[in-house]
Write a protein that binds this ligand. Sequence first.
Ligand code: FAD
Length: 303
Amino acid sequence: MSEGFESRPSRNGTSDGLRVSFEFFPPKSEDVEPVLWESIQRLAPLDPDFVTVTYGAGGSTRERTLFTLARLAHETNLRSAGHLTCVGASRDDVDQVVRSYKNAGIHHIVALRGDPQGGVGERYVPHPDGYATTADLIRGIRAIGDFEISVSAYPEKHPESANFDVDLDVLQAKIDAGATRAITQFFFDNDLYYRYLDRARARGISIPILPGILPVQNFHQTANFAAKTGATIPVWLASRFEGLDHDPVTRRLIAASVAAEQVFDLLDHGISDFHFYTMNRAELTYAICHLLGIRPKLVKRAA
Ligand code: FAD
């Protein structure tokens, strides 16, 4: 299985042909805002392919997402993408957000349906005047402007998908509507991702499917999040963090080594695009990028 790059990058510390992207979330309050911007400042010189800013469940961070995107556009030369969900909102409301992204100079949207309003595991009910599916949302976005569209993909299939065929039907529908890149839910067992890629490629899905890498800042939080999203926490991962609840320094070292192992294995399988869930913290992502041979580009203007 290869993602089709002719000269494959390797573990020798050169970053030729490698591309990274980073996800951030809008800060919940002004006092944690500096944490985000310090992280952006640290990671920006690594010249990511793009960075993304999440959109809180049901649009709960609408203003803060927009504010963060606008600041990225004004204060950095990073290529930024805004996440957008259509759950619980009318088409007019969603279209308004799309226009505000456009006005802020954002031309790349990570288009998502969003979790059911009753919570994960509940039945998804579209807003009566809203976009019913992500594919509908993508068509709506493209009617407003010439946006680049990325979407989600689920190596362990989405919890609502009865099987992988259904899951890949949904991915195909999103591509047919105009998506040109997928970014996966985080995973820790690379075989799940390789099998998913094989399934997708066997169906003729050829868009890039970037692995979503989550450096484990906090194991318990990660395990809780994984339980909600249907991602598996392997026994070996739990065992590596066992007994370290009060030992943040060792935890960070373990987290770096776990993520390094994961990305090197992906690299050995011909993967050269990596999307990092930074959780607004630069340290681990920066270290892993460094291991991949990615070094600051001094010409880049940071935040
Ligand atoms: P889709 O991929 O459109 O659909 C998910 C599943 O729903 C399908 O696999 C299928 O099982 C079922 N389904 C959908 N349409 C149909 C249909 N027509 N017929 C039958 N079944 C169907 N959430 C946020 O709130 N904000 C974010 O910023 C955010 N960013 C994310 C970024 C990434 C990279 C990922 C992987 C997830 C993100 N999420 C975010 C989570 C996401 O909103 C949830 O996983 C949500 O439950 C599904 O949204 P989706 O766009 O992935 O759905």
